[in-house]
Design a protein around this ligand. Sequence first.
Ligand code: UDP
Length: 257
Amino acid sequence: MAEIEIGEVETGEHIKKDIQLIKDGIRIDGRRFDELRKITLKLGVLKRADGSAYVEWGKNKVLAAVYGPREIFPKFLQNPTRSIVRCIYNLAPFSVDERKRPGPDRRSVEISKVSTEALESVIMCERFPNTTIDIFIEILQADAGTRCAGLTAASLALADAGIPMKDLISACAAGKIEGHVVLDLMKEEDNYGECDLPIAIMPRKKGIVLLQMDGKLTRDEFDKALKLAYDGAMKVYEMQKETLMKNITEVGEGDGY
Ligand code: UDP
């Protein structure tokens, strides 16, 4: 079977580990192979941002804030045909076991770039010429899957800001641990597993706006993991819709509609 190989990443076979990730078909946090971690979504958690959202996804804690559309400076950055989307992903120094050096590193620059591209593919940028839409994703606590949690939060924050979008963005990862394809890897599984495959989708238009792969999969495993991640992202979409609907109802009730 042909193997898909991306990057110079070590696979599970090469990493020495003294941790058993699966016992009797159950993962170390008690989940089955196709189970998501517990996810909680909140809208409008920040007063000063135009839109915001907070996501707890397993042990991940993620805040997203949106500012804009607003005039962009310096002026030479302006585009008379569309808004410029800028997304910054930041892993807080206190979010991980070993204090992370503050500021951008290669990883966060990469995640900011792919997140910007994913988000601008759904935002109706042409409606806001000469402006910028700034999106900040702050990872307060990390336990693998932060880019998926970050994009899910960012898309909710954009909706909270009232920015017109063609679709939401919903994200989820699948991967391979101890030879099994599983949904939504947590930290130990990400560290000691064989592969992580995060994706972000446009759930209504059924398009993929982000797909990355860290590790190795056979083609069959890839197909299986992609389907699992896609179905996981669709479940996230249902939760996002529910959160948005609840918020609309709450606003409506508060305003006497
Ligand atoms: N991580 C860490 N320090 C770092 C970067 C990552 O401890 O400088 C941890 C963190 O828990 C993160 C996980 O490794 O969630 C997996 O990181 P990855 O690059 O795979 O991205 P993610 O799965 O969070 O999108």
